[in-house]
Design a protein around this ligand. Structure first.
Ligand code: SF4
Length: 318
């Protein structure tokens, strides 16, 4: 078995720490995986700075701030600048993007030293995105934010877009990527919804069947590939990604240390593969079994496992 023409996460030398700064957020997405945790208090500035120092000592050179919504914190500029001063070479902001509608906010974030903007857009129209985020005006603000950041950096900032695939938007994935490409972003990821938090509450109303999604997802990936953009799909097993192995997100993820509230996961990839995801008895005879992560553990409760057929050849691998 050989891997696709992609760097596989197990071989990537980079170590990234993902810091959950707290779970406060101005959106209330229908699929938010952290919705159950909102009552927990956000971490203090001191606590986060301590985590940055620890993670750096442990070899991390990239940091990703996430939540909740990390831009909702007043100390976000201080945290970004602190991370850069410690020596982190990459400081990624995972965000709903709304705060970037303020040009003053954008300038301050750039001055603080952020290096990667990772905004989420779940629709190509205000109607779709604002309905999914349950936040009127969110689409306009996020789109304006991306526009500001592109303009302020002359298109040089690494903007990595994220779209969660759900019942309401999967038929629009080709339109969504066409819309995103207007902003000349370098990287687009489609992440299959994980049935936790609000997504768990809504169940099949929000979680689509993967085989229903695939024709639209493949069309969207084709559009991105044709434009030379790095396009990826997360949490879709290899038997559904034949011919699109170069778009499997999991092959690109570096070693990740997760700092949640009250606990640390030193190698998130181990937890993701061994606990958060699941494969099936038939996977034992699949030629991709060694590199495929399967599906989120909750998924078969909704749609079973009949969609996933063992692969017989290494077609698509090189
Ligand atoms: S059959 Fe199982 S191991 Fe093979 S690609 Fe599908 S989910 Fe992965």
């Amino acid at each position: 078995m050989r891997l696709p023409n992609t760097p596989h996460f197990r071989t990537l030398p980079v170590k990234r720490v993902v810091i959950f700064v707290g779970f406060s957020c101005m959106n209330d997405c229908r699929f938010c995986v952290a919705a159950d945790k909102r009552a927990f208090p956000d971490k203090s500035t001191l606590e986060i700075k301590g985590e940055l120092l620890d993670a750096y000592k442990g070899g991390a050179r990239q940091v990703s701030f996430t939540g909740g919504e990390c831009t909702a914190r007043k100390d976000i500029f201080d945290l970004v600048a602190f991370a850069r001063a410690q020596g982190f070479t990459s400081v990624q902001i995972q965000t709903n993007g709304r705060a970037f509608a303020s040009i003053a906010f954008c300038k301050k974030m750039l001055r603080s030293g952020m290096t990667v903007l990772n905004p989420a857009l779940h629709g190509h129209t205000a109607t779709l995105h604002d309905d999914l985020t349950r936040s009127p005006g969110a689409f306009r603000q996020t789109v304006l934010g991306i526009h500001h950041m592109q303009k302020l950096t002359g298109g040089k900032l690494l903007i990595s877009m994220n779209t969660v695939i759900v019942q309401q938007n999967y038929r629009h994935l080709p339109e969504i990527i066409t819309f995103l490409l207007k902003f000349k972003v370098m990287h687009v990821q489609f992440a299959f919804v994980h049935a936790m938090g609000n997504a768990r509450k809504f169940g099949k109303e929000i979680v689509p069947r993967k085989t229903d999604v695939m024709p639209y997802l493949k069309r969207a990936l084709d559009i991105g590939r044709k434009r030379g953009v790095l396009v990826m799909a997360e949490a879709i097993p290899l038997c559904l990604m034949q011919g699109y192995e170069d778009c499997v997100s999991e092959f690109y993820i570096p070693t990740i240390e997760v700092r949640e509230r009250g606990f640390i996961i030193p190698r998130f990839e181990d937890v993701r593969v061994n606990e958060a995801k699941v494969k099936f008895p038939s996977c034992r005879v699949c030629c991709s079994n060694g590199v495929c992560e399967g599906v989120w553990r909750e998924y078969p409760e909704y749609y079973g496992s009949t969609e996933f057929k063992p692969l017989k050849s290494t077609k698509g691998f090189s």
